[in-house]
Design a protein around this ligand. Structure first.
Ligand code: MSP
Length: 531
C-alpha cells in the first residue's frame, strides 16, 4: 500500500485559532481524506509550535508556567480542529518528549558532522516573529518588522550556526531538477531568485539568559547554555513524529502545506537540514497565499482576524460542511490572496450548495417518491441516454478529480463532483421526467421504462458525485449517500465505488429516504452571523 504523508505548519500556541490555521489544516484534511479513499496508507499531521519566547512572556503575565499556558492554548487548537471536522492522525506539540528528544538528536548529529558550528552573530531581530531579517529587508522596512511594523532589535551574540551556505549549489540544482518540489510556480521562481543571490549561514541557537525563565525549549545538546532557535527545532517536527520503527515508512513526507510567509524556512532551510542529515527530501513544499477579510489584510492592529468563533457562527448557520466547502474551493490556493467576504460566501453557498447539490438531491429523491413509491426503479442498461454517456461522464470526473488532487488543486477537484451535479440538472431539464410522468398511462406504458431509466441514472450519478464530495463535505456527502441507500466507501473504496452500476452501484428496489433539506437557501442580503 503506498504511503501518503501530509503535514501542516505547527501553529504558534500563543495565537487564537483563526481562519488561516483552519484553512491550511483543511487543505491537508481534504487531501488526506481523498488519499484514504484511494487506498493509500495516510498519515496527516498537524500540531502546535510551543517554544517561542513569547510563550514564556505570556505565561509569566498570566501567572502560570509556560507548560500550563501551552496546554491551555494547544487545547484551543484541538477543539477548533475538531469543530472543523479534521481527521488528523496525529497532533504534535513541540513540548512533548518525543519531539524534544529526537530534535535534539538531529542537532547533535549536525554538530558532529560539522554542519553546525559556533560563531558570532550580529543582526536585526524581529522579536514578534522570532526571526532575524537580513540587512536588506531591515533597511527596506526602515528597520521595523515587515510583519508587525514594530522596531527591529540589533542583536549581537555568540551563536551556533547551520552551514546553510554549503548547500546553496545542491539546493539550486535540486529545485531546478524537480519542478514540482516547490509550488505554486510563482513561489518556486521566488525561491530560485533568492537562491541566486547566495546563501548565508543561519543562527540556530542563542545563549540562555537568566530572564528567559524556566526550562522551556530545547537546549543545544553539546552546550546547554544555548537554547535551540525555535524555528530550527520546529521544522524538525515533520521528522520527529515519524522517526519510529512503525512510522519510518512515511518519510519522506509527500507534501508539506503552508503559506507564503514561511516559504523560505520550508523550501530552503529545512531541505538543507535534511540534506545535512542524509535524509530524503519531501515530495512537495506547497505554499499557498493568504485569506484576507472583506478585502483587508487581517492584522492584530485592525483586529479583523476571522477567528474560530466566527467560523463556528458560520457553521451553526450554514453547516460546517458549507464552511469547509467555501474555504477549500474559494481559498488562496494559488499565488494570489483570496477574500473571505460574507456576500461571496452567501453567493457560493446558494449557487453551489443550496441550489446545486442540495436541490439536485431533493429533486431526484422526491421524483423517485412520487413516481416509484420511494424505491429505486429497475432500469434498463442503456449506456447513452438523451445524449449523455453517464459511465464515461462520471468516470471522467473521477479521473480528473484524481489529477487535480495530485496537483493539490482543490478547487478543481471539488468542482469535479459539482460538475456531475450540474450534468444531472441538465439531464433532468432535457428529459423532463415530470412531463413524461404526466403522459404515462398505466403501468405498461413504455414511457415508464424511460422514466425509470432517467431517475435511476440521476440517482446513480448523484451517488458518484457524493463520493467525490466526501473529502470536502464528509457529513453532507454521507447524508446524500444515505438518502440514496448507497453504501459509503471506506478506505480504498474509490475505484470500486466509482464504477457506474458496478457492484457498489445503486440497487433497484432500494428505498430512498426523503431526508430534510441538505442546505437551507440563504437570503442574499442576510447579515453575517456573528460569534
Ligand atoms: N510556528 C510557525 C510554523 C512552524 S512550521 C515548522 C508559524 N506559525 S503560525 O501560527 O504563524 O502559522 C502560520 C501559518 O498559518 C501559515 O503558514 C498558514 O499556513 C497559516 N496562515 C496564517 N495566516 C493565514 C492567512 N491569512 N491565510 C491563510 N493561511 C494563513 O508560522
Amino acid at each position: 500500500m503506498p504511503t501518503f504523508y501530509v503535514t501542516t505548519p505547527i501553529y504558534y500556541v500563543n495565537d487564537r485559532p483563526h481562519i488561516g490555521h483552519c484553512y491550511t489544516t483543511l487543505l491537508a484534511d481534504v487531501i488526506a481524506r481523498f488519499h484514504r479513499l484511494k487506498g493509500d496508507d495516510v498519515l496527516m499531521l498537524t500540531g502546535t509550535d510551543e517554544h517561542a519566547e513569547k510563550v514564556i512572556t505570556r505565561a509569566t503575565e498570566a501567572g502560570v508556567t509556560p507548560q500550563e499556558w501551552a496546554d491551555r492554548n494547544a487545547q484551543a487548537f484541538r477543539e477548533a480542529f475538531e469543530f472543523m471536522g479534521f481527521s488528523q492522525d496525529d497532533f504534535v506539540r513541540t513540548s512533548e518528549d518525543r519531539h524534544k528528544t529526537r530534535a535534539s538528536g538531529y542537532i547533535q548529529k549536525l554538530v558532529d558532522s560539522g554542519d553546525i558550528y559556533l560563531g558570532d552573530y550580529e543582526g536585526w531581530y524581529d522579536p514578534g516573529q522570532e526571526e532575524y531579517v537580513t540587512e536588506s529587508v531591515a533597511k527596506a522596512h526602515d528597520y521595523t518588522s515587515p510583519v508587525s511594523g514594530k522596531p527591529l532589535e540589533k542583536r549581537n551574540e555568540k551563536n551556533y550556526f547551520f552551514r546553510l551556505s554549503a548547500f546553496e549549489e545542491r539546493l539550486r540544482t535540486y529545485i531546478e531538477d524537480h519542478p514540482r518540489f516547490v509550488l505554486p510556480e510563482a513561489r518556486r521562481n521566488e525561491v530560485l531568485g533568492r537562491l541566486r543571490q547566495g546563501l548565508q549561514d543561519v543562527p540556530v541557537s542563542r545563549a540562555v539568559r537568566d530572564a528567559d525563565g524556566a526550562d522551556w525549549g530545547i537546549r543545544m545538546p553539546n552546550d546547554p547554555d544555548h537554547r535551540v532557535y525555535v524555528w530550527i527545532e520546529a521544522l524538525c517536527n515533520y521528522l520527529t513524529v515519524v522517526d519510529t520503527d512503525d512510522r519510518r515508512k512515511y518519510w519522506p513526507a509527500s507534501i508539506h502545506l503552508l503559506a507564503k510567509d514561511i516559504l523560505w524556512f520550508h523550501a530552503v532551510v529545512w531541505p538543507a537540514m535534511l540534506m545535512a542529515l542524509d535524509e530524503p527530501l519531501p515530495g512537495c513544499v506547497y505554499a499557498h497565499a493568504y485569506f484576507v477579510a472583506e478585502g483587508r489584510k487581517m492584522s492584530k492592529s485592525l483586529g479583523n482576524f476571522i477567528e474560530i468563533d466566527q467560523l463556528r457562527a458560520y457553521g451553526d448557520r450554514f453547516s460546517v460542511d458549507a464552511v469547509r466547502w467555501y474555504l477549500a474551493t474559494q481559498g488562496p490556493l494559488g499565488s494570489t490572496d483570496a477574500d473571505f467576504a460574507h456576500s461571496n460566501f452567501v453567493e457560493v453557498y446558494n449557487a453551489e450548495l443550496a441550489n446545486g447539490l442540495g436541490n439536485c438531491a431533493s429533486r431526484v429523491v422526491n421524483m423517485i417518491h412520487k413516481y416509484f413509491d420511494g424505491e429505486l426503479p429497475e432500469a434498463r442498461d442503456a449506456t447513452v441516454h438523451a445524449g449523455v454517456d453517464w459511465p464515461s461522464l462520471t468516470g471522467g470526473h473521477v479521473e480528473q478529480a484524481e489529477v487535480c488532487f495530485s496537483r493539490a488543486d482543490l478547487h478543481g477537484a471539488g468542482h469535479q463532483g459539482l460538475a456531475i451535479v450540474t450534468a444531472i440538472d441538465g439531464y433532468i431539464n432535457t428529459t423532463e421526467p415530470f412531463r413524461l410522468a404526466k403522459r404515462i398511462e398505466g403501468p405498461d406504458d413504455p414511457g415508464r421504462g424511460d422514466l425509470a431509466l432517467i431517475l435511476f441514472n440521476c440517482a446513480e450519478a448523484l451517488r458518484i458525485a457524493a463520493m467525490l464530495l466526501l473529502p470536502f463535505m464528509p457529513s453532507k456527502a454521507a447524508a446524500v449517500l444515505e438518502m440514496l441507500g448507497a453504501s459509503a466507501p471506506g478506505d480504498g473504496g474509490l475505484n470500486e465505488h466509482a464504477k457506474w452500476r458496478g457492484p457498489q452501484g445503486l440497487k433497484p428496489g432500494t428505498p430512498v429516504a426523503k431526508g430534510p433539506g441538505l442546505f437551507m437557501r440563504a437570503e442574499a442580503d442576510e447579515p453575517a452571523p456573528t460569534a
